[in-house]
Design a binder for this molecule. Structure first.
Ligand code: HEC
Ligand code: HEC
Ligand code: HEC
Ligand code: HEC
Length: 176
């Protein structure tokens, strides 16, 4: 009886948890950048802006993308879900002030930020995670996540060398 009750309770907690999570919206790079562009805390916005990820949408509007699209009978790469899925698009229902033209952005990796973006929540990591901040347990988990896009489904796939690639985009907060 008790186990049954506990199981029910667990299911309830999960359902409530998931529905709260599902309502989190993407707020866009501009919002994250407000607090993440100072040099002394690592200027994550600056690092990202210079990375290929910030160009991922723009790439779909170029000649190389047009040639790939043509060969696949796709009319416009920049509007095609089969290209956008890795070059910037997220679930349309969850878009708040997010702009697909910003490509692979903060929240593509960190999770939709509407509920964790406040200072009080950001400063409390467990609270931020509970509010939808994506948790990366270790380097292996990060690599696995990268490979959800860096894989052979990419028409221009290159071997993904984690250490090399991570070094190019990492945006660590400097130790005081
Ligand atoms: C109101 C200011 C503010 C905004 C807006 C903000 N952050 Fe933060 N964020 C912080 C602060 C401050 C910390 C550092 C927490 C600490 O270490 O005390 C932080 C920490 C983080 C961390 C590291 C968490 C950890 O402890 O490992 C990530 C990841 C992050 N923010 C991502 C984002 C993303 C993505 C957005 C946009 C959706 C965003 N932040 C918006 C202030 C902000
Ligand atoms: C949502 C999909 C997605 C995820 C997740 C993702 N990437 Fe990318 N990445 C891309 C796309 C798309 C490009 C190509 C951008 C362009 O050039 O237009 C790219 C390009 C890059 C490049 C530049 C490669 C080059 O040839 O110069 C590096 C470095 C990189 N990613 C590292 C990473 C790392 C490290 C992770 C995991 C922490 C990661 N990426 C996660 C989609 C993704
Ligand atoms: C391609 C995926 C990707 C993108 C895009 C990205 N991040 Fe991150 N970010 C990561 C990963 C992975 C980590 C490392 C997490 C860890 O070590 O726990 C990280 C770490 C961080 C940290 C914590 C650094 C530390 O030293 O604790 C902050 C803050 C952060 N990101 C903010 C941002 C902001 C702001 C943006 C957008 C301007 C952004 N990130 C874009 C994947 C990404
Ligand atoms: C499974 C994820 C994924 C899908 C789907 C995807 N891409 Fe990409 N794309 C990437 C990644 C990751 C990179 C950067 C590394 C690489 O070349 O694999 C990239 C890079 C590119 C580049 C730059 C290549 C260069 O060397 O300059 C072009 C152009 C491109 N993609 C076009 C497209 C088009 C067009 C589509 C749709 C038909 C598409 N991509 C679908 C992940 C993807």
């Amino acid at each position: 009886m008790l186990t049954r009750l506990l199981t029910l309770l667990l299911i309830l907690v999960l359902v409530v948890g998931f529905s709260a999570q599902a309502q989190n919206k993407y707020v866009g790079v501009k919002t994250c950048s407000m607090c993440h562009k100072a040099d002394k805390t690592g200027n994550q916005f600056g690092v990202w802006s210079k990375s290929a990820h910030a160009q991922a949408y723009k790439t779909l509007t170029g000649e190389k993308a047009a040639a790939i699209a043509k060969a696949k009978n796709i009319k416009n790469a920049a509007e095609a879900p089969e290209c956008l899925e890795c070059h910037g698009a997220v679930d349309a229902k969850l878009i708040g002030t997010y702009d697909v033209k910003d490509g692979v952005q903060c929240e593509t990796c960190h999770g939709p930020g509407s509920a964790y973006k406040t200072m009080a929540t950001m400063k409390d990591k467990p609270k931020a995670i509970a509010a939808g901040l994506h948790e990366f347990k270790d380097a292996a988990a990060i690599e696995k996540f990268c490979k959800t896009c860096h894989n052979e489904k990419s028409p221009t796939n290159k071997a993904f060398k984690f250490d090399e690639y991570w070094a190019k985009i990492k945006h660590t907060v400097p130790k005081p």
